[in-house]
Ligand binder design. Structure first.
Ligand code: SF4
Ligand code: F3S
Ligand code: FES
Length: 270
């Protein structure tokens, strides 16, 4: 009876063995394809080098096996947020994911699922920048804007904002959130990264705008059911749910459902 054999994993010749290779070969299944061409995982064998991260392995493949493998990266220091992808099904930065910390067996590397595919491991994340533009920017009062003196802000207020400013816009939180990933509600849900931005603006002591209607109506914050998956994948360890989303939800609830606020709005004719 005829048997179907797995295609052999692509491997570079022995002349491409890196200097510090341990001799062990690591198996990778890497997604290849574009929206217009065939898509699927391709098997590769990559020589293990101590301390190697998944991005190193992709670069090895790119240099020695398939030079057309598309992978986006810039800093290789977990700071630019470019190399986001999914390793063994988990959204991660490729440059921060060590190969020696992966479980036994082939390592799968795929593009982020929540965004349109461009090629191989590269997705189109431009929709996020369009969301960003919808958010009312930092808006100080006229008096503050024209104040020639440096603003004096209490340290606890600044501390609270530092956490949000650590965001590197990797969009891993957007990728993992089921509202975008599974339900595809990109047109009516800002997503966790942008709730972080709105929270940073709303909590800024010198900001005078009120984004509560915006975040409820355009931003769809009500779709978030606090699964906290976003906080779990954030490489900057921002407490997205506890420190940004829940306080924002509380502010929205205060505005819309608090009876005293309701009476106040009625009296003001709003
Ligand atoms: Fe990335 Fe965290 Fe910013 Fe989300 S909040 S984009 S996971 S750094
Ligand atoms: Fe999504 Fe994070 Fe809420 S994963 S559902 S935005 S807690
Ligand atoms: Fe910059 Fe990975 S290459 S975060």
């Amino acid at each position: 009876m005829a048997t179907v054999s797995e295609p052999a994993a692509a491997v570079a010749g022995p002349e491409h063995m890196p200097d510090h290779a341990t001799g062990e070969m690591v198996d990778f299944n890497v997604f290849r394809g574009t929206p217009e061409t065939a898509q699927g995982d391709k098997a590769y064998k990559v020589p293990m080098v101590p301390g190697m991260v998944v991005l190193d392995a992709m670069h090895y493949i790119q240099k020695h096996v398939d030079t057309d493998l598309a992978v986006r990266w810039n800093c290789k220091a977990a700071k630019c947020g470019s190399c986001s992808a999914e390793v063994n099904g988990r959204p991660v930065l490729l440059c921060k994911t060590r190969v020696d910390e992966m479980p036994e067996g082939p390592i799968t590397v795929r593009p982020m699922k929540a965004f349109p595919l461009i090629k191989d491991l590269v997705t189109d994340v431009s929709g996020n920048f369009a969301v960003n533009q919808k958010i009312t920017p930092f808006s100080p009062t006229e008096a503050d804007a024209n104040d020639p003196q440096p603003w004096r802000i209490k340290e606890p207020d600044i501390e609270r904002l530092y956490e949000f400013r650590k965001c590197i816009e990797c969009f891993l939180c957007q990728d993992v959130c089921h509202v975008l990933r599974t339900h595809d509600l990109h047109d009516r849900f800002y997503g966790p990264r942008f709730f972080v931005r709105v929270a940073g603006l709303e909590m800024h002591p010198k900001d005078a705008a009120d984004r509560r209607d915006e975040v409820r109506e355009d931003g769809g914050i009500g779709y978030c059911n606090i699964t906290k998956c976003c906080s779990e994948v954030c490489p900057e360890h921002i407490h997205i749910t506890d420190n940004a989303i829940i306080p924002l939800k509380e502010r929205v609830v205060d505005r819309h459902w608090d009876p005293i606020s309701w009476v106040g709005r009625k009296l003001r004719g709003k």
